[in-house]
Design a protein around this ligand. Structure first.
Ligand code: ADP
Length: 248
């Protein structure tokens, strides 16, 4: 196993489904503090990659080192979450009948063991954390509103906030701006950039306008491997990327 300073290092990862290679010798390094955008056509392997990182799918070959030492491919989903990797799926799953603030309280509570959660009451520090999260996700003015009354974009932000309540070191965010208005999309870029001051982020997204707004290194996957990597200008003008993805 190679030693690495990367926060996350996927090394020659392959995953097959009934003989079809969803990931094909994929290698990728995310540096500490980095935000990376992952793009690529449908079926490129983006979801499978996230599933390998979170322990939902075990690769046939390769390893996934977190902080240079822990091989994620040997751990289960709970162990990986406890190491500090949090994932937000595309569809927001907030508790609609609870207030915005209570959703965040529930996220903080779920961070504890079952026994500790029963007697848990938020203290002053927890209240400050919730305040900070509400500011980050632009929902402080809406803290008392039922989550079910929020716009689609606001629900996505609340779910990002719930993820922050679990204090991950690395956030995996799947298509955060799908279905958002243009204004919400731009605000989401700002919000993720702010979060990236403190956390590492991997964001899978099809919206190239949004990816450009993030202004971070981009990796384009195709057929389970890295097709191109670099700045948005480098990747979006790469002939192969235009051929298999952007030119469609
Ligand atoms: P993306 O997220 O980039 O659209 P996926 O990782 O979802 O790509 O899928 C990569 C390929 O693997 C696709 O061809 C998909 O049909 C296939 N695949 C993904 N999951 C499974 C599964 N559980 N069983 C069979 N094939 C799968």
């Amino acid at each position: 196993m190679r030693t690495t300073n990367a926060l996350l290092y996927l090394n020659g990862v392959s995953v097959s489904f009934d003989g079809f290679k969803a990931l094909n010798n994929l290698s990728l390094a995310i540096e500490p503090g980095e935000m990376r955008a992952i793009i690529g056509p449908n079926g490129a392997g983006k979801t499978t990659m996230m599933d390998v990182i979170t322990g939902k799918t075990r690769p046939d070959e390769g390893d996934a080192l977190f902080e240079g030492e822990r091989d994620l491919t040997k751990l289960d989903e709970t162990e990986i979450a406890l190491l500090g990797i949090g994932r937000k799926f595309q569809k927001p799953t907030v508790f609609e009948m609870h207030s915005v603030e209570d959703n965040l309280l529930l996220a903080l509570k779920s961070n504890r063991t079952a026994r500790a959660a029963i007697s848990w009451k938020p203290n002053a520090e927890d209240a400050r954390r919730i305040d900070r999260i509400l500011d980050t996700i632009r929902l402080n003015p809406a803290r008392a509103r039922l989550a079910g009354s929020l716009s689609h974009g606001q629900k996505q932000w609340l779910e990002i906030g719930m993820l922050l309540g679990q204090e991950p070191k690395l956030l995996l965010v799947d298509e955060p701006v799908a279905g958002m208005t243009d204004a919400e999309t731009m605000q989401t870029a700002e919000l993720l950039k702010e979060i990236n001051h403190e956390k590492s982020v991997v964001v899978v997204e099809h919206d190239m306008h949004f990816v450009r707004e993030l202004g971070v290194k981009v990796t384009c996957l195709h057929e389970g491997s890295v097709l191109a990597e670099g700045s948005i200008d480098q990747v979006s003008t790469n002939e192969r990327v235009v051929e298999v993805y952007l030119g469609r």
